[in-house]
Design a protein around this ligand. Structure first.
Ligand code: B12
Length: 215
């Protein structure tokens, strides 16, 4: 089967919430020697975009969206162990989480996986994370980066609050703050004084390497 055809079948299987098909097709992609990060991007994430469209047009409701997200995660579990590990040699520590009030964590998990694939040490606070926790864990673990994700417009403000907390404590310069998620843009990042924004997980790691001078 041609690579694009396989990706399209994976996207369809995510859309149709068929976790076993997603697993089988992801196994197949590995057998064919396809780079797992490409399968994640072109198969699994594209599938979730199809789901988003159906949700937005009222054809899917939350239970379908949730079930599709389980199918995506089933595929991730197959592909994750096969992502090529790169050794940057640099000791980079990252604290990551989804800001308070938001439980969407698929994108955050992808950023975490990509960070780990280049050897960064990641402290994952999960989702719906109290804002103080970002600051406290970054201090405690002496992190280089604070990465925040949100998919909802109503919770974007939490990112600004975290940056304000860093300023209040006089420690803003000790950490690079990177933000992302559906409603986030470079413009918003500039507005709140974040150090970086990126549109997807692979670009996030590229940005972080750039900021650390290990690009
Ligand atoms: C899946 C989904 C769900 C699932 C979540 C499952 C899970 N475990 O995450 C479920 C069904 C549970 C859900 C629930 C809800 N959802 Co919902 N959901 C979605 C949906 C369809 C897809 C999101 C997704 O996973 N995309 C795929 C991933 C891969 O993309 P991503 O997250 O954007 O991540 C990529 C980039 O953004 C970036 N990135 C992400 N994080 C970070 C972080 C950093 C640091 C960086 C650099 C980059 C980065 O890299 C990622 C990968 O490359 C979106 C629709 C949409 N258009 O986004 C709605 C959407 C986000 N949901 C929405 C809403 C309203 C809700 C609910 C409030 C609904 C309700 N009435 O209960 C609840 C949320 C409750 C809560 N408080 O959290 C709205 C938000 C509207 C808004 N403007 O705020 C959306 C936009 C749908 C819509 N159009 O109305 N949802």
């Amino acid at each position: 089967m041609d690579k694009m055809e396989l990706f399209s079948e994976i996207s369809e299987a995510v859309k149709e919430m068929e976790d076993e098909d997603v697993e089988d097709l992801c196994e197949k992609s590995l057998e064919e020697g396809i780079d797992p990060t490409e399968t994640i991007r072109e198969g699994l994430i594209k599938g979730m975009s199809l789901v988003s469209e159906l949700y937005e047009t009222g054809e899917y409701f939350l239970p379908e969206v949730l079930t599709a997200s389980f199918a995506l995660n089933a595929g991730l579990d197959i592909l994750k162990p096969h992502i090529k590990q790169e050794e940057t040699g640099a000791q980079v520590k990252v604290v990551i989480g989804v800001v308070e009030g938001d439980t969407h964590d698929i994108g955050k998990n992808l950023v975490k996986i990509m960070c780990e694939s280049v050897g960064f040490e990641v402290y994952d606070l999960g989702r719906d994370v109290p804002l103080d926790d970002f600051v406290n864990v970054a201090k405690e673990k002496n992190c280089d980066f604070i990465c925040m994700s949100t998919l909802m417009t109503t919770t974007m403000g939490g990112m600004r609050t975290v940056i304000d907390k860093l300023k209040e404590q006089g420690i803003r310069d000790q950490f690079k703050v990177i933000i992302g998620g559906g409603p986030i843009s470079q413009k918003f990042a500039d507005e709140i004084g974040a150090d970086g924004y990126s549109v997807d997980a692979a670009a996030a790691v590229k940005k972080m390497k750039e900021l650390k001078g290990i690009a």
